[in-house]
Design a protein around this ligand. Structure first.
Ligand SMILES: Cc1cc2nc3c(=O)[nH]c(=O)nc-3n(C[C@H](O)[C@H](O)[C@H](O)COP(=O)(O)OP(=O)(O)OC[C@H]3O[C@@H](n4cnc5c(N)ncnc54)[C@H](O)[C@@H]3O)c2cc1C
Length: 432
């Protein structure tokens, strides 16, 4: 697409929830939009745990970015990894390539963080990308395969012990899904082990799981997890993670499969712009979502720290990123008319949802708290509604109905080179 010479250029970095919403909101604006992402797909991260636990296939939760904006002729998609921003020249830097902008929206998100213990990552991978999810799926399924062949009882126990670190929504959902995988989908498929005897431990350093939810819903989620057979450890901070498991103070939980669902580190937007960042590296931004000192640069979503009405930073969730994307687009449209928006960004909380297994969830709408089966139906409808792509919605809905009725998990596939995976795990153990 050739840009019309006098049309302002809007560059958006990141086609996640925030960036994509901004691009769509600029549909009828007299601007040329360049949407840059280092991946060719938009990922529905809230369902990553289902890929990691063999419930859904990767293509059901990811859609090519080009396909999403196919009919929006003022958007040009570029694949590439942004490394820096030359704000003086108004250019985005991708290696040798430079992309000029008049307005810039940075929506590059965040990744998991290990509280200064990056060496834990290889033993306790986190969940952020499709590769992370398929890697975890492979680890979980291989653990059962290895246990089936193992003759040493201690090692078999270690192989069928799964430790999930972090009691936020991702940790809770992952722990519940592993329990259901072991108790239902795998239960009758092995001859030498009983998958139902797998031990699943959810470790949370705080006093309760789902700390962002009201206390009654946290308690309900804890009870639902325990009903599924998950051991919930509260007030226990992990002090060591290695190839043999985790340490909680002086107690060792022996495990070959540790999953990290705690801590967040922002992408380096603040560093690129040389502006203040919070402890998680998120750019500290005012209510106009503009980077301090850069009137034409907006920072949104998980890489921005913006205070809510209560004066506390808004949570790193999809609705915040989407609403900020829409706001940044509106601010750009206003600027084109030499106007400014009369109100700062205000987050409208649409509610918080987290599921615990295939028929229980908690939902917090402030004035009303839902739980159990009703919560789960609502969670399912919301997730299907927000998935991108009609085909994905139908496919996911059918898969969920099928697994609800049969307990089956359709994506129980170990892909990639198994010998390579086994060697890598053995090497990790030796190195430890
Ligand atoms: C496992 C998991 C479960 C979650 N569950 C929920 C949930 O249930 N409900 C909820 O509301 N939220 C949930 N979240 C949080 C939610 O996904 C995020 O808040 C949301 O994705 C933030 O949107 P964003 O646009 O800021 O960033 P993202 O959606 O992360 O998008 C960032 C984009 O930027 C791209 N990018 C990054 N760096 C570069 C670079 N240097 N160059 C080019 N491109 C780059 C990435 O490839 C990505 O496409 C979950 C997150 C995870 C990881």
């Amino acid at each position: 697409m050739n840009a019309a010479i006098d049309r302002p250029r809007v560059v958006i970095i990141g086609a996640g929830f925030g960036g994509l919403t901004a691009a769509k909101a600029l549909k009828n604006a007299p601007v040329d939009v360049t949407l840059i992402d280092r991946r060719n797909h938009h990922l529905f991260q809230p369902l990553l745990y289902q890929v990691a636990t063999a419930g859904l296939a990767p293509n059901q939760i990811a859609t090519p970015i080009r396909a999403i904006v196919r009919h929006q002729t003022n958007v040009n998609v570029e694949l590439g990894t942004v490394e820096a921003i030359d704000a003086a020249k108004r250019e985005v830097v991708l290696g040798e390539r430079r992309v000029p902008y008049d307005y810039l929206i940075i929506a590059t998100g965040a990744r998991h963080a290990y509280f200064g213990h990056d060496e834990w990552e290889r033993f306790a991978p986190g969940l952020k990308t499709l590769e992370d999810a398929t890697d975890q799926r492979k680890r979980i399924l291989l653990a059962f395969e290895h246990a089936e062949l193992e003759t040493d009882a201690e090692e078999r126990k270690r192989l069928t012990t799964f430790v999930v670190i972090g009691g936020g929504p991702t940790g809770v959902e992952t722990a519940g899904a592993i329990a259901e995988l072991a108790n239902k989908a795998l239960a009758r498929d092995y001859r030498h082990i009983d998958p139902k005897s797998a031990r699943i431990v959810l470790v949370e350093a705080g006093a309760r799981i789902l700390g962002g939810f009201p206390a009654d819903l946290s308690e309900n989620a804890r009870r639902s997890l325990e009903k599924l057979g998950v051991e919930v450890r509260l007030g226990d901070a992990v002090t060591q993670v290695d190839a043999d498991g985790v340490m909680l103070g002086s107690e060792r939980i022996a495990s070959r499969s540790v999953i990290w669902a705690a801590g967040v580190q922002s992408s380096p937007a603040a560093r690129w712009l040389n502006i203040p960042a919070d402890r998680a590296g998120r750019a500290m931004i005012g209510g106009d979502l503009r980077a301090p000192g850069h009137n034409n640069i907006f920072v949104i979503g998980d890489c921005a720290s913006v205070n809510g009405a209560d004066g506390k930073p808004l949570p790193g969730v999809a609705p915040v990123a989407k609403q900020q994307g829409a706001y940044a687009a509106r601010a750009i449209k206003a600027a084109l008319e030499a106007e400014t928006l009369d109100r700062p960004f205000a987050y409208f909380n649409v509610g918080n949802l987290a599921t615990v297994g295939r028929k229980a969830a908690v939902a917090d709408f402030g004035f009303v708290h839902l739980r159990g089966f009703i919560g789960w139906v609502l969670w399912s409808v919301a997730h299907i509604y927000f998935l991108i792509g009609f085909k994905n919605r139908i496919a996911v809905a059918l898969d969920w109905v099928w697994s609800y009725l049969t307990f089956e998990r359709g994506a129980r596939l170990i892909t990639g080179d198994i010998a390579e995976a086994q060697n890598a795990q053995a090497k990790e153990r030796d190195a430890a």
